[in-house]
Ligand binder design. Sequence first.
Ligand SMILES: *[C@@H]1O[C@H](CO)[C@@H](O)[C@H](O)[C@H]1NC(C)=O
Ligand SMILES: *[C@@H]1O[C@H](CO)[C@@H](O)[C@H](O)[C@H]1NC(C)=O
Ligand SMILES: *[C@@H]1O[C@H](CO)[C@@H](O)[C@H](O)[C@H]1NC(C)=O
Ligand SMILES: *[C@@H]1O[C@H](CO)[C@@H](O)[C@H](O)[C@H]1NC(C)=O
Length: 370
Amino acid sequence: MDLSILFSSLLLSCVLFASSTDAKYNAVFSFGDSFADTGNFVILESQLLPVIPIDLPPYGMTFFGHPTGRCSNGRLIIDFICESLGLPFLPPSLSHNESFTKGANFAVVGATALDLAFFQENNITGIPPIDSSLSVQLGWFDALKPSLCKTTRKCKNYMKKSLFFVGEFGGNDYNFLLTSGKTLDQVIETYVPKVIDVVYKAVEKLIGEGAATVVVPGNVPTGCIPAILTLFASPNKTDYDPQTGCLKKFNELGKHHNLLLLKAVEQLRKKYLYARIIYADYYAPVIEFASKPTQFGFSNGAIKACCGGGGPYNYNVSAVCGLPGVSACKDPSTYANWDGIHLTEASYSRIATGWLKGPYAHPPIQNLSY
Ligand SMILES: *[C@@H]1O[C@H](CO)[C@@H](O)[C@H](O)[C@H]1NC(C)=O
Ligand SMILES: *[C@@H]1O[C@H](CO)[C@@H](O)[C@H](O)[C@H]1NC(C)=O
Ligand SMILES: *[C@@H]1O[C@H](CO)[C@@H](O)[C@H](O)[C@H]1NC(C)=O
Ligand SMILES: *[C@@H]1O[C@H](CO)[C@@H](O)[C@H](O)[C@H]1NC(C)=O
């Protein structure tokens, strides 16, 4: 055998090997709410609340086999993305006895973009008892950082090789505002820009510390969520989209939020040319699930919950999933919605694939790597 061929093929395999290991992110850091929380809420509230429905069966019934603090029957989008990147499931940042060198999840059920003080000052009620807003989550990251990297230079490099998720945020802000009497027009005109501004500044802060790849998920179409369809049910048929059965005006809110968020992402891209900022779409897939449920295997539809206490959308605020006497459907993979608010693992899996490979992320996460 010609030694030079052997040598060059060895060299080639080294190069290929090097580029495939380079392609991995070192770590994933996630900020968000119940669409991303992998256990922080339960850790925070276990001493304060007598009953935490999401910490009880049938949560986790399909994957994990027991409740984990995730608001689903199994894995969330962030779990599928970590799996696909060859990284472990993200431990909740507030857990003890965990290693965070490969990432941490700062997301908390009920988290808002705006600070708790903002809601209190404006007499907005129904907010969570503990401040877990985006600025608080960023503070937790700051506190964790010295254990991840030591010098400024090393930290910049560590940040550069990490993948960040900022969101979803806004859904809870809008729900708290609407349920305390603000009108949809007030929310759209006054509060959406405030929420977008907070998300913009959070992404900017991370980029300033060296982050080079940031995924910014938009809002879900809340008009397709069983809880909203139940609480804001309308006798007027014209309030519903005939194709999806969703409440049109609530979807307008999500659409408006996403439009402003996309503009903010474009602004950030122009300002930080070296950073890759990905807009991840929650809206389009949920609309597609509701328009053509059977195409995705959701033979029991997309706007009726798998686990709930009855009613046209199987959502009852006094009998939510996890409480005694409330049971799950037989096959959660035939439903897009899990508990009246959050999605099933089957939905999250499809959205995660769409974020990784397209068409639900711009650009797809898998097209970018280190
Ligand atoms: C903490 O980690 C140690 C070593 O990995 C393990 O032996 C111990 O059981 C853990 N404790 C808890 C409370 O998880
Ligand atoms: C909040 O409520 C308090 C007490 O009712 C009132 O004095 C205050 O003006 C209210 N603040 C706003 C911003 O509405
Ligand atoms: C239903 O809503 C439409 C559009 O807002 C309105 O024109 C119509 O009068 C409403 N019908 C009833 C019965 O309230
Ligand atoms: C909701 O659940 C409560 C408590 O179980 C029950 O009393 C009520 O009838 C239910 N409402 C509907 C519409 O099913």
